[in-house]
Structures are given as C-alpha cells and as structure tokens.
Design a protein around this ligand. Structure first.
Ligand SMILES: *Cc1c(COP(=O)(O)O)cnc(C)c1O
Length: 390
C-alpha cells in the first residue's frame, strides 16, 4: 500500500486560535520537569521557578510599556475579562457608589456575559453603546453615555473585534473616560502581538490578553492593571500576583506566553505589513468574484489579518464544510457561537438580519499564510458558494 501525500491544509482561523510556535514549546519544556519548583518556596527549586516567573512578567510588561507589577497572570482572555469587569466595577462601587457599567453590544461574550452577570446578580445598571453598520462605536456616544461620570463604575470596549475585525477608537474613548475619572478596560485579546500597544500613552486602566491568539499556549493570559487602580480580586486564596489573583502560578505556560509575545513583538511590524497585503487581496478578490458579497466590519481601521464577509444565499455551515473538504479551515466568525446556531450578537448589533448573519464567513490569516493560499481560496470559493447557494 502506498501512502497518500498529506493533504494540504490551509489554516485561516487564526482569530480562533494559533498553533504553539516550536521555539515557544522548547522554551516551556524544562519548566514541566526540570525546573518544577513552586515559586513561593524558599529553596533552590522554588527560587529557580521564581526567577522564571519574574522574567516572564518583565517580558510581558515590556511588550506593553507597563511595569512588571501591573501585570496579573491569568488562565486566559476569558478570565482576564471577567476579573477586569468584576474587579474594577465592584471596587469602584464600594468606593464611590457608582453602579453603572457602560459597554458595547459587539464585545466578546466573556465581557458581555460578565457585564450581564454584574447586572443580574450584583445590581449594576448596564448601558450598551450603539454601534454603526461597521460595528464601530462613535466617541460622541461614549461621551453622551458617560455624562459627568459620577455614576459610572466601569467602561469596557473591545479593542479589535474577533468577528468583524473592527478596531475601535480606544485612545479617544480612554481619554474621555479619564476626563471624568471613569475606570476604562479594553479587551485587547485580538490586538496583542498584532497592533502597537503602549500603556504609557494609551489611556486605559486595564487591558486583557490571551496567549493562544499569538502562538502561545492555551489556558494562559494576562490582565494589565494600571497601578493605583482600585481592584477587587475575583479569585482569592494565597497572596500570589500581588494578592490580585490567587493560585500557584503555572510557570511553563507563563514562560510560553512571554516567549510567544516577545517573538510576536519582534516581528510585528514586518509580519503585519505582510498580512495586511494578503488580507487586502483576499477582501478585494472575494468582493469582486462573489455576487452580493459584503465585507463585515470596516476595511479600515481593521485587524491586519482579518477578512470577514456575508455571502447572501450561502449558509455558513454549508460553505464551511465545503471549504474544509477543499482543505481550507475557516470560520463563521465566532468559535463560541458555532454549533449553537445562534445568530451572531455582533452582526445583530450591526443591523444585519438573522438570515444574512447565518451566511457569515471569516478568514483570519497568520504566520503560515502565503500568497498561494490566498490565490487558492479565491480560486475555489466562487464555485463553492455557487454550489451551496444552489
Ligand atoms: C479569544 C478571545 C477571548 C477569550 O480568550 P480565551 O483565552 O480563549 O479565554 C476574549 N476576547 C476576545 C476578543 C477573543 O478573541
């Protein structure tokens, strides 16, 4: 029996997750077996783990322009979002009585459900900002919702949208929050490693990141928390992470996240310029070749690796299965929503009907993506869409 050559796989779902870089895996390996100490222990093995922990914290802080003490390690983007929303809003309310949370309807569910839980179980009021048909927040609407800010416990706005690629005006929103002293969090899980983020100039009090979106391991992330920001820890226990997140630190994963972030930052400018060119070829090609195709989210400002569409008449499930058979791994836009057949809350907020939203298709590019990959997608997609629509 002769073995078939491995089928070519074109992975275009980097917004859902990325493979761990081999160099990252190699950096992690010794911390599972050789350097296994608990960083809280005073003996040699503990101290060696503690050195790795401090180094990882310095590396992540440096990538963001933060101080090491402003980085809280977490189990991922979801935990960072939850602990930011709860930690900032509860502390602010205790201090000032402010009980209103302002966020957007295009947040990741980690933020949206944390905000709704604060409303339903903890008695906060919730204001959802309007977004336009490209999914963008208007700064004037943020200012109007804030008022004098006296009753605002927290504002949270996603930096880069995972479903439609839209980049929000975070610097401007942060500036007006700061004017009225309203704490401001941004979910930057899709932005970290792709966009320049410098908290020395970006007026945010808290910022979430997750390693598996930038070629690090799953199950680890960070929350940047500006020093001096009142914060109530969600997870309590020992005094790890400066008392802000209890639990023995997962050294191998933290080391992996730091190595992945350092690598992403080192190549960010050139790699994102490369991907933006491929993205634009893909967007232009799809709009040209497929009748009625609509780009979701703005073409600019947009994530450099993100192309998302509505393909009227072509149900996403059928398209995704046909693409998979053709060796192309894509997404409808929200990994969390697929399988549930719930219409995307993001596309609904942007004004699209459930029927149109059910045709959503997202390609998210990454390190493995070549110009040939984009050509292949553009060659196969029209025939696939025609078949699925037929
Ligand atoms: C992936 C993602 C999250 C969740 O992060 P996990 O590390 O998977 O928990 C949150 N927000 C956005 C924008 C994301 O893309």
């Amino acid at each position: 029996m002769t073995s078939q050559p491995a089928a070519r796989l074109i992975y275009l779902d980097h917004a859902a997750t990325t493979p761990v870089d081999p160099a990252v895996l190699a950096a992690m390996a010794p911390y599972f077996t050789e350097i296994y100490g608990n960083p809280s222990s005073l003996h040699g093995p503990g101290r060696r783990a503690s050195v790795a922990l401090q180094q990882a914290r310095r590396t992540v802080a440096e990538a963001l322009g933060a101080r090491p003490g402003e980085i809280i390690f977490t189990s991922g983007g979801t935990e960072s979002d939850n602990s930011a929303l709860r930690g900032l809003a509860l502390a602010r309310r205790a201090q000032t009585g402010a009980d209103r949370i302002i966020t957007t309807p295009v947040e990741h569910k980690a933020v949206l459900n944390a905000a709704e839980t604060l409303r339903d179980r903890d008695g906060f009021r919730l204001t959802l900002l309007p977004v336009d048909s490209a999914g963008l927040v208007d700064v004037a609407n943020v200012a109007a919702a804030l008022g004098d800010g006296a009753d605002v416990a927290l504002v949270s706005v996603i930096y880069a949208n995972n479903e439609v690629g839209a980049l929000q005006p975070i610097a401007e929103i942060g500036a007006i929050c700061r004017r009225v002293l309203a704490p401001f969090h941004t979910d930057a899980v899709q932005a970290v490693g792709k966009l320049p983020l410098d908290v020395a100039t970006l007026p945010v009090d808290a910022l979430s990141g997750g390693a598996h979106k930038f070629y690090g391991p799953k199950g680890v992330g960070f929350l940047y928390l500006r020093s001096g920001t009142p914060f109530w820890p969600t997870q309590v226990g020992g005094s790890h992470e400066g008392g802000r997140r209890a639990g023995t630190e997962n050294i191998p994963l933290l080391v992996g996240m730091a190595a992945a972030l350092a690598q992403a930052e080192a190549e960010r400018a050139s790699e994102m310029a490369r991907l933006a060119v491929l993205r634009d070829v893909l967007i232009g090609g799809v709009l040209e070749r497929i009748d009625g195709a609509v780009l979701t989210g703005p073409w600019t400002p947009r994530l450099p690796n993100h192309a998302s569409f509505l393909l009227p008449g072509a149900d996403a499930e059928g398209t995704l299965i046909a693409l998979d058979l053709a060796g192309i791994a894509a997404s409808s836009g929200s990994a969390c929503a697929s399988g549930s057949r719930q219409p995307s809350h993001v596309l609904a907020a942007m004004g699209f009907s459930a029927e149109l939203a059910s045709t959503a298709l997202r390609f998210s590019l990454g390190r493995s993506t070549t110009p040939d990959d984009v050509d292949y997608v553009l060659a196969r997609l029209p025939e696939i869409v025609a078949r699925v629509s037929g």
